[in-house]
Ligand binder design. Sequence first.
Ligand code: AMP
Length: 484
Amino acid sequence: MPFSELGLSEKVLSAVTAAGYTTPTPIQEQAIPHVLARRDVLGIAQTGTGKTAAFVLPMLTMLEQGRARARMPRTLILEPTRELAAQVEESFIKYGAKHKLNVALIIGGVSFDNQDSKLTRGVDVLIATPGRLLDHSERGRLLMSGVELLVIDEADRMLDMGFIPDIERICKLVPFTRQTLFFTATMPPEIRRITEQFLHNPVKVEVTKAATTVDAITQQLVKTGREDHDKRDTLRRLIKSADNFKNAIVFCNRKREVATLHRSLVRHGFNAAALHGDMDQSARTAALDGFRKGETALLIASDVAARGLDIPDVSHVFNYDVPHHADDYVHRIGRTGRAGKTGTAITLVAPADSKSVAIIEKLIGQPIPWAGEPPRAEESAEREPRQPRRDEHRRSNGPRQRGPRRDEHRPAPEARQPAEARPEPIREQRPEPTREQKPAPVARIAEVRQQRQTPPRPRETHTGDDDAGSHLPAFLLRPVRLKA
Ligand code: AMP
C-alpha cells in the first residue's frame, strides 16, 4: 500500500516524499490508519522498523486541527532516555517542517527554566522522560488534563529502567478519554498488565525486524587476556587493523570502564568521545553529535547508546566487554549494518566470558565465528579470580529477573533529581560468601600462601590510567605468619 492511501494529510505526504521514503514499513502500514481513526494501538516492534514515523506522521496530520493552550500540552510522548527523546524531536522537526507546531523536549540534566518558558507558550507535542515530566507536574507548572494523545515508547526498556511506577502515575494524570499508542519490543507480564490497565480495546500490531539487518552484520569473536591492559591492547590492535573502518561504537558494561577506556584511547592518539548515563546532558549531546557528524571516529559507550539510537552510518561495533545480558548483544550490534549498509561487530572474549558467549549464541541461534585463534578448551574453562558482582550473584540463582535494575552497566534512569545530585554509581561489591562457599581454614591458609608466591600481575605502564589491576584485596597480599 502506498503512503497516499494511509489517510495522511498532504503536508505530511510531501514531508514523506522529501525524506525519500517510497513505501511504508509494515508497522506504518498497519498502525497509521488506526491511529488516524483514534484507536488505541499496541505496537510490538523494535527500533529499526520505522515505528517512530508510525506515530509521528499520523500525529502531525491530526495536530493540523486545533491550537495549544499555555501549560496544557495536546499530546505527550514518553521516552526512556534523553537520547531517544531528542531523536523523536528530530523526527518532528524533519517531518513537520511545514506544520509550525510547538514541540518541547522535557528531559533531565538540562535547565528547568527554559523548559518552563516553553510550556508557558503552549505546546502541541511534549516529548519527555518520565522523571522530569513528573517534576514539572508536581511543581504545578504543567497540566496534563489537556492531553488528547499519549505515546508510551520503548515500554519494555522503561520496565528495565524502573520507570513503570512513574508511567502508571502519568497515565492517571492524563484524561481517561485520551488515545494511547503503546510500543514495546517484548511483552513481559508486567508490560501486559500495564497494557490491560491503560489501553482501551487496542488494535494490536506486531512486526518483526527484517532479518536482513542481522545478515548485514559480520560478527566475530576475538580472544583477549583477562586483564584490562590486555583488553585495551587487543582493542587498539583491532581498530588499527579493521577492514573498511569508518567509525565505531565501543561498548563497555560499566560507566567507570567507559571513562577509563576513553582516557586510555585518547592518550594513544585515537579520536574518541565517551557517552554514558552519568555524564551531564550537554556532554552527552555533544558526544553524540560529534560522532553523528563524523568529527569523532570512536564513541566509547555504555548501553545508553545500545538501544534505539539511529546513527545511520556506523561501520564497526566493538564489544570491549561481553554484555551480561544476551539481548543487549543484539541491541549493541544493531547499531551497525543500518539503513542498507553492511557492518562489522567484534566482541572481545576473555577467558571467563565463554559462558556469556554461549548464551548469546543460543539467543541468536547461530555460533559466532572466531577471528584468529579461539581459546583452548582449558583456557575457556578457566574462571577469572573475581567474585561475581552483586547483581550477577542474585541472577545466578535463577532466570533473569524483570523489574527495576539500577546496575552500573545499565543506562542510568533519567533521574528525578538533577544529574549532578545523583548518587555515585554502585561500585563493585563482594557478596558475603554463603556457608558452603566459605573455604575451610586449612584450604584458606594454603590459598593465601600460594597467592604470596604469585608475583603481582604486570600493570600497563604506558598509560597509567587505570585504577584496576590486581583483583586480590590488599589484606590477602600481606605476609602470613603460620604457627609451627
Ligand atoms: P525507527 O524504527 O523509527 O528507529 O526508524 C528506523 C529508520 O528507518 C530511521 O532511520 C528512519 O528514517 C527510517 N524509515 C522510517 N520509515 C521509513 C520508510 N517508510 N522507508 C524507509 N526508511 C524509513
